[in-house]
Design a binder for this molecule. Structure first.
Ligand SMILES: Nc1ncnc2c1ncn2[C@@H]1O[C@H](COP(=O)(O)OP(=O)(O)OP(=O)(O)O)[C@@H](O)[C@H]1O
Length: 256
């Protein structure tokens, strides 16, 4: 399987003031094969979100190289990079930002309307299909105030899938959800992954990471270890428990 993401010696630092720099990512090397479901764990401040934003081209790196889908994105001009993100990547966040005066369906279709790649009819059809797959078909005419957190996160996933992304990046997408909604969202992401989309999630939650295929552990700007759990194929609670136990004991061993 070819790598969709190839990161070589990535470094990122922030200027604290004129003379001081804070290194946030240090010498990161990483390969993610197409179709993998990866999570990134680590203490608060270890650099997880910064890693996600630099490898997805949302933020600039200080040095190093990132290849996404065979293309070196390290030195692309901002406009080209933005177009690549629009065409090939999807993003989900802890807090989904939706426009209050639009229906949920309109929020999902908006950026595709603006991109103008397909007819509005085709875009609406795709949005309705996705809403149905995500179990929220009946909510299309509601607005943001008329849906639960879990339902809004499903809207966020639909929106992220509209451009048929090759890879989805998620920054704590279940961070604001209760455990039932978290399981449901992870089951949906598992399904999306099985259909071929590569996914990388940042999470603090062992239950979430245990449902991904490969867990990276960050500490002080470095990837200090990883655990391969294999694909989580079945939604069986006992299997999930075993994976959680395996992951927890590894994290303990790693001093987390
Ligand atoms: N824009 C910024 N300017 C300066 N420092 C920053 C900036 N963004 C992040 N940092 C610093 O970089 C370090 C890593 O932050 P990052 O948000 O990537 O960590 P994280 O592991 O995702 O943390 P959390 O789990 O709390 O979200 C932190 O020390 C943070 O203060």
């Amino acid at each position: 399987m070819k790598d969709i993401l190839e990161v070589n010696n990535l470094n990122k630092s922030y200027s604290l003031n004129k003379s001081e720099e804070q290194a946030v990512l240090r010498n990161i090397d990483l390969r993610i094969p197409e179709g993998q479901f990866v999570s990134v764990m680590g203490a608060s401040g270890s650099g997880k979100s910064t890693l996600l934003y630099t490898i997805s081209g949302m933020d600039r790196m200080t040095s190093g190289q990132v290849r996404f889908d065979q293309e070196d994105i390290s030195s692309l001009p901002d406009k080209t990079l933005a177009a690549l993100r629009r065409n090939k990547m999807g993003f989900i966040f802890q807090q989904i930002h939706l426009l209050k005066n639009l229906t949920l369906l309109d929020n999902i279709v908006l950026s595709e309307y603006l991109a103008g790649r397909e007819s509005r009819k085709a875009i609406n059809r795709r949005a309705r299909e996705l809403m149905s797959e995500m179990g929220i078909a009946e909510l299309e005419d509601r607005d943001v105030t008329q849906a639960s957190g879990g339902q809004l996160q499903r809207v966020g996933i639909c929106r992220a899938l509209m451009n048929r992304p090759k890879m989805i990046f998620g920054d704590e997408p279940t961070g604001a959800l209760n455990s039932k909604a978290t399981s449901e969202i992870m089951a949906l992401l598992g399904r999306i992954n099985r259909s071929g989309t590569t996914i990388l999630l940042v999470t603090h939650d062992v239950k979430v990471a245990a449902r991904t295929e490969r867990v990276l552990l960050m500490e002080d700007g470095r990837i200090v270890g990883e655990q391969h759990l294999g694909k989580y194929e079945q939604d069986r609670n006992d299997d999930a428990k075993l994976r959680e136990e395996k992951l927890s004991s590894w994290l303990l061993q790693m001093g987390v």
